[in-house]
Ligand binder design. Structure first.
Ligand SMILES: Cc1cc2nc3c(=O)[nH]c(=O)nc-3n(C[C@H](O)[C@H](O)[C@H](O)COP(=O)(O)OP(=O)(O)OC[C@H]3O[C@@H](n4cnc5c(N)ncnc54)[C@H](O)[C@@H]3O)c2cc1C
Length: 484
């Protein structure tokens, strides 16, 4: 994958310091945001990143003039009052987004639902469709929004106590009876990676209300532009970065962090380390298990989120893609089979035409593979071929003859995601967003080692770009508040 332009480079070797206030391992969005706030406050910060482009899952790559987003399709909360919008403002970043309206579609075998960008409008549409559930829908969303606000403000309130141990399915059942309605309200579970019977109510609420109330947005020029804007600010603030530099070890001086050793053997010293990478890798590999045993055992028992198969298609001229609505294509006819195979399809060129050569288009599909199944795969090449073929066949149901128009075809498996980001088994969302791994049960930002902090989707509040922006920002504040 090539960077979208040449603005993105490592700091020249002769400019690097022998000692940093903080080294951030990983230039995912959380690591970049954390680094940018620390650098803005005068700290000497170095980010080390194994890949030659920053962004982790929020990167893009080019093939024959088509600019494909590697993983992220849209970002929540980029408006003036959303967390991402506020973060960009604080960092002095100005960039443009396309607000997505409608926010999404749910395509079931027998009917399609359009999810509008406005939550009140969505509630009215659901009440019109299910008049016998009118008051229940109102009550459900009243609590759902309250719960969102409480988690957003990190409150220990009654509403958190009421729902923190419930799955999303259990929360739905408190209010609603109509099975089809509950299926619709669960149709976006792919954005947190667990079906309603296993997903935490808090996790679903954080994702859904964030998109429905604070908006879903697409960065002008693609998702790499979002990353690059934060990256460039970090450099403007005096931050240093080493791309293509894998951290191999977190150095310790007794029980305190003292720096990072890179794969090439180079040791760089620092007062603090922030890890933005896979949590198992941090503790079992980079720290070689030198953490209190109960903590290690806890990590060992935790479960990572699911991964996906991704298909990227560059499509030639003269093809009508109007039937391909952006959203989830479910095979399920009822709520109990909602965890079957689904695909999420988007045509980003409908939002931002400059991502492809004139009059050409991009189709991107994400296919859910149950994590247990893809973990057992040994022949990734044939897995990729089979999945590519079956996904194109599924797309042909909506766009006949699509095969004849494909000019560029590429795909990523869970193995590819793991190779580019080192997330275990290509986990899309860090730890699975189950009741026992969210809110206070997710890893805290402070690790049980002095001067080591954690940021990103393996920590609180959870997965998704908006959440990891909040994590990166929060960890920077924690470090600054402690006068480090
Ligand atoms: C297919 C897919 C689609 C998604 N779609 C969306 C979406 O539309 N909207 C949304 O909000 N979220 C989406 N997500 C989730 C979202 O992308 C992630 O939750 C979020 O980007 C994670 O950010 P992060 O900063 O925690 O880390 P990551 O993005 O995982 O970045 C970690 C970084 O650390 C680097 N690294 C790892 N190990 C080392 C090492 N030893 N040394 C140096 N560097 C290292 C990696 O190369 C990587 O750059 C999607 C995820 C996937 C997989």
């Amino acid at each position: 994958m090539m960077p979208s332009n040449l603005r993105i480079q490592s700091t020249k070797k002769d400019m690097l310091y022998p000692y940093y206030d903080t080294i951030v391992i990983g230039a995912g969005i959380a690591g970049l945001v954390c680094g940018a706030f620390l650098a803005k406050n005068g700290k000497k910060v170095l980010i080390v990143e194994q890949h030659f482009v920053p962004g982790g899952y929020c990167t893009s790559f080019k093939r024959k003039g088509f600019n494909f987003d590697a993983a992220v399709h849209h970002i929540g909360g980029c408006g003036k009052w959303g967390i991402v919008g506020l973060c960009l403002k604080k960092l002095g970043i100005e960039m443009d987004f396309y607000p997505l309206d409608p926010m999404d579609h749910l395509i079931f075998p027998d009917f399609t639902i359009e999810i509008p960008a406005d939550l009140d409008e969505y509630i009215i549409r659901l009440q019109d469709r299910y008049p016998w559930e009118k008051d229940n829908i109102r009550d459900f969303f009243r609590d759902f929004i309250k719960l969102y606000r409480a988690t957003f403000n990190n409150e220990k309130s009654q509403i958190i106590g009421k729902y923190k141990d419930l799955t999303y399915d259990e929360m739905l059942n408190i209010f609603l009876k109509d099975v089809e309605l509950k299926m619709i309200l669960s149709g976006q579970w792919g954005y947190i990676g667990l079906p309603p019977t296993q997903a935490s109510a808090i996790g679903m609420c954080q994702m859904m209300i964030n998109y429905l109330k604070d908006g879903a947005f697409f960065p002008v020029g693609g998702t790499q532009e979002f990353t690059n804007a934060i990256f460039e600010k970090f450099i403007d603030f005096g931050g240093h970065i080493m791309l293509s530099s894998r951290a191999e070890q977190i150095l310790l001086n007794g029980k305190t962090v003292s720096g990072v050793k890179l794969e090439d053997g180079k040791e760089i010293l620092s007062k603090l380390v922030v890890s933005n990478i896979d949590a198992r890798q941090t503790f079992f590999e980079l720290l070689q298990g030198k953490v209190p045993m109960p903590f290690l055992q806890r990590i060992e028992g935790m479960k990572e989120s699911c991964s996906f198969f991704l298909l990227y298609l560059g499509i030639g001229e003269d093809i009508d893609l109007s039937k391909l609505k952006r959203g989830f294509y479910h095979t399920a006819k009822d709520i109990n089979s909602l965890d079957g195979e689904w695909m999420y399809v988007s045509v980003p060129t409908k939002i931002c035409q400059t991502l492809a050569p004139p009059n050409k288009q991009i189709i991107s599909a994400v296919v859910y593979t149950k994590s247990g199944e893809s973990k057992d795969v040994t022949d990734w090449k044939s897995f990729k071929e089979t999945m590519t073929e079956s996904t194109i066949n599924r797309l042909e149901e909506y766009v006949p003859d699509i095969k004849k128009h494909v000019e560029v075809r590429d795909a990523a498996t869970p193995k590819t995601l793991e190779r580019y980001t080192s997330n275990t088994h290509g986990a899309a969302y860090g730890w699975a967003v189950s009741v026992d791994q969210i809110w206070e049960n997710r890893l805290p930002p402070r690790a049980p080692i002095d001067n080591l902090y954690l940021t990103g989707h393996w920590t609180r509040p959870g997965p998704g770009v908006c959440a990891v922006v909040s994590s990166g920002w929060g960890v920077a504040n924690l470090i600054l508040e402690n006068g480090r």
